[in-house]
Design a protein around this ligand. Structure first.
Ligand SMILES: [Zn+2]
Length: 501
């Protein structure tokens, strides 16, 4: 693989020749509970700003929080699915810092007593299994959202004014933190991506979140440090915040490896800091110097009772967990008849869930895989987005395949149907209608076109009459051209041979 080199960034190959990367991933997942973590406000996405708020989530004096039992249950189920121990007793803690979109001036979180700890997830990467150890999964609440208006970048610098929406403040979050992931070498970017993808599948399977990275209900912070190759010491790490697509997770890791390698190779030191990820340029830039935990003045939250889940309840939740993603994948592979390579490509492309839904919508496994891994993958790549972000649904793909199976469109026209769906022209059937894409099934029109082709190509027609059937391709091509591709090539071939036999 070739790597383009940006100033101040070592090529990926040179960086790995000198340094070993260590990864750490922090994933915040918004739970899909109907109400917030500590109050009964609604949690729906996209409501008018500041319409889903109350004295508790606005942090008004005297307001008292009450824990959302469903959120605790979801936290325990996530912990169990990640093979964690579940605390028999734990508390919330106040994490004190000032931020304009955090009305209480502290975030209710967990500190040294997380609800779940010491787990692992086995991640499949290029046919190998990498065990990612989980440090902890803890409960906390989300902050509000600031909107900076008037600047070019959408950041506060250069903005004319800022608006704050507290609808998100208090939505339950689970933060899942890995232990340092070492020894992944050149696979570090793909391991990071595969971990987040598999975690997303796991959370989706648990039904605890809608895990939409583009809407921020799954957010990933990427920690990365480099140590001299072969060394046991951990280097200074940076934390790249809010890397909000699978593709970006991979790119951000790759970029930070090259950037830190250039800093260290020049004899300088990596600054411990948070960094911003820039989706458009594919680089990170310096954010703020990272505070250590003691700067947050954590202390136990006095307004909430401790959480002491009964063991029987935990065991009931464990027994009712859905099939884990890896076992699920193995079962699907058998059911669909995919080879190991086909399955690996499907998972690697982040297409497993999409293929599964497309099959559920009526497509055959082979056609579902074909569309997502070729045509859709190419378009996602062109647009620089993940497959799931394309403006086409599994139901659309299944419908287009059905149109192909019914002989209403051929493969070439099917691609044009997707053009229309992606351009927002409606459902596949609407696009076929509006663009006039259906194949010509009018036998009279086809027959006339074949006659014209025969008349225009007497030499070719003579060869076919003499039994040189292979020459039919030229006539079929002429008919298809006249019909602008909107004919069933198989039927055209039959007509040509009937007429010249
Ligand atoms: Zn509220």
């Amino acid at each position: 693989m070739t790597t383009t080199t940006t100033p101040g960034v070592l090529s990926f190959e040179d960086a790995l020749a000198r340094f070993d990367p260590t990864l750490g991933l922090e994933v915040h997942v918004e739970l899909n509970t109907a109400s917030k973590m500590f109050c009964s406000c609604a949690t729906g996405f996209g409501a008018e700003p500041n319409t889903q708020v109350c004295p508790v989530c606005l942090g008004l004096p005297g307001a008292m929080p009450v824990v959302n039992a469903t959120a605790v249950e979801s936290a325990i189920r996530i912990g169990l699915a990640l093979n964690c121990s579940i605390a028999s007793w734990c508390r919330f803690a106040r994490k004190n810092y000032f931020y304009p979109d955090m009305p209480k001036n502290f975030q209710t979180s967990q500190y040294d007593e997380p609800i779940a700890y010491d787990g692992f997830m086995d991640v499949d990467v290029d046919g190998e299994t990498v065990r990612v150890e989980i440090e902890r999964a803890h409960m906390e609440e989300d902050t509000g959202k600031s909107l900076h208006v008037g600047g070019a970048t959408g950041r506060i610098h250069g903005a004319d004014y800022s608006l704050v929406d507290y609808n998100r403040a208090g939505i339950p979050l689970i933060e899942i933190v890995t232990k340092p992931v070492r020894g992944t070498r050149e696979q570090a970017p793909t391991v990071a991506r595969a971990y987040v993808a598999q975690l997303r599948d796991l959370l989706l399977g648990l039904g605890v979140s809608d895990v939409r990275m583009e809407q921020g209900s799954l957010r990933c912070d990427v920690n990365l440090s480099l140590a001299p190759a072969g060394s046991d010491v951990l280097g200074t790490r940076t934390e790249t915040k809010n890397v909000n697509s699978l593709r970006s997770v991979e790119r951000a890791v790759r970029y930070e490896i090259g950037r830190q390698a250039a800093v260290l190779s020049a004899g300088a030191k990596v600054v411990q800091e948070t960094r911003h990820w820039h989706e458009d340029t594919g680089i990170t830039t310096s954010g703020r110097e990272k505070s250590d935990a003691e700067d947050y003045r954590y202390f136990p939250e006095p307004d909430l009772v401790p959480i002491a889940p009964e063991r029987e309840w935990v065991e009931r939740l464990r027994a009712a967990l859905p099939e884990p993603p890896r076992e699920h994948r193995a079962r699907l592979q058998r059911k669909w008849g995919f080879s190991d390579l086909e399955m690996r490509d499907t998972v690697g492309a982040g297409a497993l869930g999409l293929v599964e839904e497309t099959i559920a919508a009526g497509a055959s496994p082979a056609s579902a895989r074909k569309w997502w891994l070729s045509e859709m993958a190419r378009r996602a790549n062109e647009q620089g987005v993940d497959l799931a972000e394309l403006a086409v649904t599994p139901a659309d793909v299944a419908r287009v395949q059905a149109l192909v199976d019914e002989g209403k469109v051929n493969d070439k026209l099917a691609r044009q149907v997707f053009d229309g769906v992606l351009a927002g022209e409606g459902t596949p059937d609407e696009v076929v209608e509006k663009r006039g894409l259906a194949v010509v099934s009018d036998e009279g029109a086809l027959s006339a076109a074949v006659d014209r082709a025969i008349e225009a190509n007497p030499d070719v027609a003579a060869k076919i009459r003499d039994g040189k059937v292979a020459a039919a391709g030229a006539l079929i091509g002429a008919v298809m051209k006249e019909m602008r591709g909107q004919a069933d090539a198989g039927r055209v071939r039959e007509l040509v041979l009937e007429k010249l036999s």
